[in-house]
Design a protein around this ligand. Sequence first.
Ligand SMILES: [Zn+2]
Length: 109
Amino acid sequence: MVLSGDPVGSKWQPHGDVVYRIDRLGARVGILPATCLRGEHSLDAVGYKANQTATHLQIVCTACVGSTPPRWDNYWALRTTPPLPDRAELDDGPYQDLIRKLAAQRTER
Ligand SMILES: [Zn+2]
């Protein structure tokens, strides 16, 4: 699926990589950020949509995508590594550095 306004171009880069872990039963778990890209919403609370593309996963914040005016930065784009995980869970823990980096970039603009 393609979102309108999806930035296309050679300069475009995902924000980072999906973090995976193996649980005690040997299942592969994809860990997704628990907070939306803008750092304003808890994805658990407002809801999100995960779209797997050929190379990465888009995690769209339901609150940001429905805001007026629409926001271009309403989703995380994280590179995925096959195979597909058995399940996903939300945790900001592994993404603290990335979240801090993106927040710093925002304030520089
Ligand atoms: Zn949001």
